[in-house]
Structure formats: structure tokens, C-alpha cells
Design a protein around this ligand. Structure first.
Ligand SMILES: [Zn+2]
Ligand SMILES: [Zn+2]
Length: 255
């Protein structure tokens, strides 16, 4: 059994957007409030997160996560990585925190968070990570399970989704080959990005996300990485086909 917790389901600025008077940003429905995307995968004694964006600290506190076994990164954009400094409490208790990412992502993190990756003259109190490269799109071990990387594209930027058991998580994708789709066809639960109604150069809009669901044919799908431009949670949900749902922050599933 794998427990999935949606820690955040919003696009890069989150919802509400700072200073926005858009009706969705002003909504009082908790399901219209979305932190930056991340999911927590828990089983037995293990906790892994996919991405750690700027809301990571708040997400860890909200869900009382007291041990973190690793972070899988989809890509280097700040809304997926900017919270990495807040691994410090985990680092102090556990030592170097394992991260799993493509070399391009690690190089970006090294530039932006050089003190985390410093070999010598480390600043006292700086956290450290144990780097695990995702090589040649090959499966890798997380705890006693296997994570299967799913390669996709975010405009021209390579991004990785991950399949663990019968759960597949993809975010920030715009195109994906049928060979990669084969790795997740018929999965029990799929989570994929559905940004808004209008097309976007680097994200699936709702129509593209629905077409992708038809192709993958999962038992259930949860859309995430949602912009306020998609509309009110309750109204959008009513228009979705059977077994397709909008994810919302703090939603948990057992797969
Ligand atoms: Zn993003
Ligand atoms: Zn992105």
C-alpha cells in the first residue's frame, strides 16, 4: 500500500496569487487555495517527496512529516525546487538527504544553492544532500520500492515524471512519446498537470490533459499544477468525465 498526499496542487505562483482580485483567488473554498505542487509518498516507515518548492516547509509542518527519506525532482524550475534549504531540520536529525534527479537539475541546484553542495569550507548549519543521478531514464530504488522515470517535455525542457507501484505522477508536461506512455498505460492512479482552459506553450491545458487521460486509460486521474484561470474547483469538477478529478491540497489516496 502506497499513501499519496497532495501537498500542493497550484501552478508556479500558487492560488491565491499575491495581490490578485481574480474571483478564484478571492474564493473562500479551501479547495481553491493551492500551494506549489508536491506529493508525499508514504509506506511502512518511508516518506519520499516529489519536488520541494517554496511551500515545502509549510507542507512538512502541515502534515507532521518528521522523517524524510529522499526527494525526487521532476525538473529545476523554482516552483519545484526553491524549498530545498528547508531540508535542514531533516538533515540535522538524519544526515545527508538523498536526492534523485537528472544531471541538468543537479547542475542548476549547484549553481543556485552552492553552499548545499560545497565539499569543503562548509558553512556550519548548511544542509547537505546525497546526490543520486537519474541515468539513462533507468528505474532506481527508493527505500524498498522502485521508481520508474517517465521522460516528457515541458516545451523544450526535459522533465521526469515517476511511476511507483500503480501510481504515476507527471507534472509540467506538454509533450510525451508513446514509448514513455507505455510505461504508465492502465495504471490505477495517474496525476498529471492541467493548467487552464487556454493553451500554454509548456503545459497541458485542460483539453490536452483530458486527451492524455484517454490515451493512458488509468482507473482514476487527478489533475494538478492548476492555475486560477482554470476556474473554481467545484465548477470545473462538475464538468469532468467519470473518474477524472481535480486534485486539491491535503487530498490523500491509498493506492
Ligand atoms: Zn511548475
Ligand atoms: Zn516548470
Amino acid at each position: 500500500m502506497l499513501k499519496i498526499t497532495f501537498l500542493g496542487t497550484g501552478t508556479s505562483q500558487g492560488i491565491p496569487v499575491i495581490g490578485s482580485k481574480h474571483p478564484v483567488c478571492l474564493s473562500s473554498n479551501p479547495k481553491d487555495k493551492r500551494l506549489r505542487v508536491s506529493v508525499l509518498l508514504s509506506w511502512q516507515d518511508y516518506n519520499f517527496v516529489i519536488d520541494c518548492g517554496p511551500d515545502f516547509r509549510q507542507q512538512m509542518l502541515r502534515h507532521k512529516v518528521d522523517k524524510l527519506d529522499g526527494i525526487l525532482f521532476t525538473h529545476e524550475h523554482s516552483d519545484h525546487t526553491a524549498g530545498i534549504d528547508d531540508i535542514r531540520p531533516f538533515f540535522f536529525r538524519q544526515g545527508d538527504i538523498p536526492v534523485f534527479a537528472d544531471e541538468v537539475v543537479i547542475n542548476s541546484l549547484k549553481r543556485r544553492f552552492d553552499y548545499i553542495f560545497a565539499d569543503d569550507n562548509r558553512y556550519p548549519g548548511a544542509p547537505a544532500v546525497k546526490v543520486n543521478f537519474i541515468e539513462n531514464n533507468k528505474p532506481f530504488k527508493i527505500g524498498n520500492k522502485t521508481a520508474i522515470p517517465i521522460e516528457a517535455y515541458h516545451n523544450r525542457l526535459k522533465v521526469f515524471g515517476f511511476r511507483v507501484d500503480d501510481f504515476a505522477y507527471l507534472t509540467d508536461i506538454k509533450t510525451i512519446s508513446s514509448k514513455e506512455i507505455d510505461k504508465i498505460r492502465g495504471v490505477k492512479v495517474l496525476s498529471v498537470n492541467a493548467l487552464r482552459i487556454e493553451p500554454h506553450h509548456s503545459h497541458f491545458n485542460l483539453e490536452e490533459a483530458l486527451a492524455f487521460v484517454e490515451e493512458v486509460n488509468p482507473e482514476k486521474t487527478y489533475f494538478s499544477h492548476i492555475s486560477h484561470y482554470l476556474g473554481f474547483h467545484e465548477e470545473v469538477q462538475k464538468k469532468l468525465p467519470k473518474n477524472v478529478y481535480l486534485a486539491y491540497d491535503n487530498l490523500t489516496l491509498n493506492v
